[in-house]
Design a protein around this ligand. Structure first.
Ligand code: NDP
Length: 493
């Protein structure tokens, strides 16, 4: 098996210490790849390459907007040309159903195109200002931040890479990217594409390895000007404190325990299906998952019964066979989920369906768990407060709109939330009160490159996607111009 290497300064390089790690297919625990297992030493080489490319060579940041956009479009086209291969890679690596992986690749293509299109669009501003020592004129420009470290998780390998790499590169930064050690294969393919389109050496560098060994250096290095991270709130806190040394810019897209509020007047079957999409999509390994269903008491029994009927009918199997539910990403994550299930039972939640590992047939060797619903959940239970990151949903009931809002916001997180009702005014009233960055009315989960994505409270700060997503990777410079050069007579002698 070919060992996949780091990509530093335009060259494929083995880890300095020569270490490698196996990449595992969660569907059957087979080894599907071998990758470099880097340490801080490798990360330092990548940072040095990005620093030199940004501050010395400067080719990428000085490149004209249209030329940089052309690179971005060519990257998008090359991803599109490898769509099926990349989708299969993410399915093998992460376990997700193939049709979901295909959507991820399409979204990655659209993301590079979106940011290519944003290059050169009006930014900054021109200001009419008061006379200083004479007539003055002021404007501001957006400039790249410099060297950016980008760290992503395993739930959307190619897509999360694109959410960060596309705006960071479009803004003219030089980057060091570290994907999750669990799902690095599509990132390697993406850097093959960068190499193929001839991105200037050092503009984009790839480090393969674990977070503590290879990623932490990106957060703490004084040569890195910005770090952006998607992942758990705990790791986000570690990164934010490591970043303090040189006060680098930090962007954090963290976890959630997002409420999906369903009123009795909602379209019933629509709400059931969207609730499933909200919590079972990608095996529930979604930061914005609607993992708390808050439902009006009068329809709770009927709703839970229908949800369980639909959940029990979901097909489970290898992602390549395109089931409804594939395997969980790793054995460790599977056991973590099973631990949450056990605790929920011990704390008195009522298990309605699922809650167990699938041990029969073709699933026996992999990390499969049935879609799981807990009823009769209360605010003091861990299942309503902690992120499970698996196909597990906790159902709570409410009687009034006020109670629904109070319950929805009763969490340290604030990433996402949904509301289902046919009363438009109520939908808007609830939206206004939800303390969350990404919200939906009568649907759950659709996301678009055009709209900014990120959380309130302990779900992080900063935004991916949209114009905001590019501004995150920029500094704003003020330029003040004296329109009448010459002495102004301030110091009289
Ligand atoms: P982490 O947050 O630990 O990992 C996400 C990324 O951060 C990975 O690339 C990881 O590297 C890296 N990382 C880990 N520690 C450090 C560090 N000290 N410095 C720099 N980078 C680091 O998530 P896990 O994969 O461990 O999953 C744990 C839990 O996090 C899940 O159960 C889930 O609850 C939550 N999670 C939330 C996500 C979200 O989008 N909100 C996404 C993924 C997980 P590596 O994995 O290679 O070691």
């Amino acid at each position: 098996m070919n060992i996949k290497k780091n990509y530093i300064n335009g060259q494929w390089q083995a880890a300095v210490k020569g270490a490698t790690r196996d990449v595992i297919n969660p569907c059957n625990a087979q080894v599907i790849g071998i990758v470099a297992d880097s340490t801080a030493e490798d990360t330092q080489l990548a940072i040095a390459a990005a620093k030199s490319a940004f501050y010395q060579t400067g080719e990428w940041r000085r490149m004209s907007g249209p030329k940089r956009a052309d690179f971005m479009y060519r990257i998008a086209d090359a991803i599109k040309a490898r769509l099926e291969e990349l989708a299969v890679l993410d399915t093998l690596d992460n376990g997700k159903p193939l049709r979901e992986a295909r959507c991820d690749v399409e979204d990655a293509v659209a993301c590079f195109r979106y940011y290519a299109g944003l290059i050169g669009k009006p930014q900054g501003g021109v200001y009419e200002v008061a006379d200083g020592f004479g007539p003055m004129h002021a404007y501001c420009v957006h400039e790249p931040v410099g060297v950016c470290g980008l760290i992503t998780p395993w739930n959307y390998p190619l897509l999360m890479a694109s959410w960060k790499l596309a705006p960071a590169l479009a803004a003219g930064n030089c980057v060091v990217f570290k994907p999750s050690e669990l799902t690095p294969l599509s990132a390697v393919a993406l850097f093959e594409i960068f190499d193929q389109v001839g991105l200037p050496a050092g503009a984009a560098n790839l480090i393969l390895g674990t977070g503590p060994a290879a990623g932490q250096e990106l957060a703490q290095s004084h040569d890195v000007d910005m770090i952006t991270f998607t992942g758990s709130t705990r790791t986000g806190q570690i990164i934010a404190s490591a970043a303090i040394g040189n006060l680098k810019k930090v962007g954090l897209e963290l976890g959630g325990k997002s409420p999906n509020i369903i009123f009795a007047d909602a379209d019933f079957e629509g709400a059931v299906e969207w609730a499933m999409i909200g919590v079972f999509f990608n095996q529930g390994q979604v930061c914005s998952a609607g993992s708390r269903i808050l439902i009006e008491e009068s329809i709770k029994d009927r709703f839970v019964a229908r949800l369980a009927e639909r959940a029990n009918a979901m097909t489970i199997g290898s992602g390549l066979d395109d089931p409804d539910i594939g395997p969980i990403v790793s054995e460790g994550q599977l056991h973590k989920i099973l631990g949450h299930v056990q605790l929920a039972k011990e704390q008195g939640a009522k298990l309605v369906c699922g809650g167990e590992r699938v041990t029969e047939g073709a699933c026996a060797q992999g990390y499969f768990i049935r879609p799981t619903i807990f009823d009769n959940c209360t605010r003091d239970m861990a299942i309503t407060r902690e992120e499970v990151f698996g196909p597990v949903v906790a159902v709570q009931t409410f009687k009034t709109e006020e109670e629904a809002i109070q319950m929805a916001n009763d969490t340290p997180f604030g990433l996402a939330g949904g509301v289902f009702t046919t009363d438009g005014a109520r939908a808007l009233r609830v939206m206004k009160e939800l303390r969350a960055g990404v919200t939906w009315i009568n649907c759950y989960n659709p996301t678009f490159n055009e709209a900014p994505w990120g959380g309130y409270k302990m779900s992080g700060y900063g935004r991916d996607l949209g114009v905001n997503g590019m501004v995150e990777y920029q500094q704003v410079k003020q330029v003040n111009i004296n329109l009448k050069p010459g002495p102004v007579g301030w110091y009289q002698r």
